[in-house]
Design a binder for this molecule. Structure first.
Ligand SMILES: NC(=O)c1ccc[n+]([C@@H]2O[C@H](COP(=O)([O-])OP(=O)(O)OC[C@H]3O[C@@H](n4cnc5c(N)ncnc54)[C@H](OP(=O)(O)O)[C@@H]3O)[C@@H](O)[C@H]2O)c1
Length: 327
């Protein structure tokens, strides 16, 4: 089978052995796979000596075979992959065995994948294959950050820097359906307009003076995954006592924090990461109930996965980037 791998410092499309569905496992013939920022970072984290690994965390496809003991799925079922490995029940933080699909285990940029049955979910019927393939990782991360950790309320005003981010396009939709006021920033005027079309109430230029622009707003909650480039500016516009949720640092992990300003402001800094299977189920129910569709910016063929990664790395997208694996 064809797969996009990181092998000995190189990224390439490679023929790999077909996996076999053992006890409790399901073999899925993938139709689409979704890109995440993590796929850009994984090669650097593995180094130049590492053996071949299939990249990718998100995917959707059709069940091709089932191992012994699997009763939840049948051949022909349409499914999506849950990349949050080993985290089933809701908890303050993931359990020790938690990992994300696509490192260290082989991921979804491949024609066929074998996973434990509990890592698969029925594909939401209202989604196309492209939409289903980009849903789980970002949708789940956004859902936990917004509702479980951020405790978003209908009367809240939410600020999201970096509107073009895949997760941000879920946050905008989820928060609007919950009745909150949503303000975003982007470095691109076009992405600001796309965010407004998606339902954001206000969109400002990331390079503007936020404290001036937003002086008429009361921001109750910030969800910032841009990291170093925006962290302190986001904190500056947050109302005293407000919640600051972070689950990513696209620009850099390290920030300088003025502690005095922070404790005088009595802010709450909240970390979040992915989510449990229970939260995934809640997110799937939420998107079905509100008929939410993932925003797919662009699709590439599996053979062209390198261009898809380059496109994401350059932050050109508004929403998600998808790989078409098979028809
Ligand atoms: N912990 C977890 O479980 C988890 C899960 C998912 C994602 N993440 C992390 O969360 C972050 C967001 O993920 P994603 O996939 O949604 O991201 P993404 O699609 O790659 O988008 C990142 C966005 O950040 C903004 N940005 C990039 N460089 C910037 C700069 N120099 N200044 C200001 N804004 C900048 C851009 O917004 P504009 O183009 O609109 O300006 C860009 O669209 C990533 O760091 C990712 O690794 C973590």
């Amino acid at each position: 089978m064809k797969a996009f791998v990181h092998a000995y410092g190189e990224l390439k499309v490679k023929d790999m052995n077909e996996p076999f569905a053992d006890h409790g496992q399901v073999k899925v013939s993938l139709k689409t796979a979704g890109l995440n920022r993590r796929d850009v970072a994984v090669p650097g984290r593995r180094g130049d000596e590492a053996e071949p690994l299939i990249l990718g965390s998100d995917g959707a496809g059709v069940v091709e075979a089932i191992g012994e003991g699997v009763s939840e799925f049948s051949v022909g079922d349409e499914v999506i992959v849950n990349p949050s490995l080993g985290w089933y029940e809701n908890a303050e933080a993931p359990p020790k065995q938690f990992d994300i699909l696509g490192m260290p285990d082989n991921g979804t940029f491949t024609e066929t994948i074998v996973l434990p049955a509990e890592q698969l979910e029925k594909k939401p019927e209202h989604l196309s294959w492209e939409e289903a393939g980009v849903l789980a990782l970002s949708g789940l991360t956004g859902y936990r950050a917004l509702f479980t950790k951020g405790n978003l309320q209908a009367e809240d005003t939410l600020f999201i820097p970096g509107a073009g981010s895949g997760v941000a396009t879920y946050l905008i939709q989820f928060a609007k359906k919950a009745g909150a006021r949503v303000i975003v920033s982007s470095r691109s005027e076009e992405k600001c307009n796309q965010a407004l079309e998606l339902g954001a109430d206000r969109a400002i230029d990331t390079n503007s003076d936020w404290s001036e622009e937003l002086k008429d707003e009361t921001i109750d909650i910030v969800i910032d995954s841009v990291g170093q480039a925006t962290f302190n500016r986001s904190l500056d516009v947050l109302e005293k006592g407000g919640r600051f949720v972070t689950f990513g640092a696209t620009t850099d992990d390290t920030v300088e924090l003025n502690l005095r300003k922070f404790f005088y402001g009595q802010y709450k800094l909240i970390g979040s990461t992915m989510g449990s299977q229970e939260e995934l189920h809640a997110m799937l129910e939420y998107i079905e109930q509100h008929e939410i569709h993932p925003i797919v910016d662009r699709s590439f063929l599996l053979d062209d996965a390198q261009s898809a990664l380059d496109y994401l790395k350059a932050s050109k997208q508004f929403g998600k980037v998808v790989l078409k694996v098979s028809d």
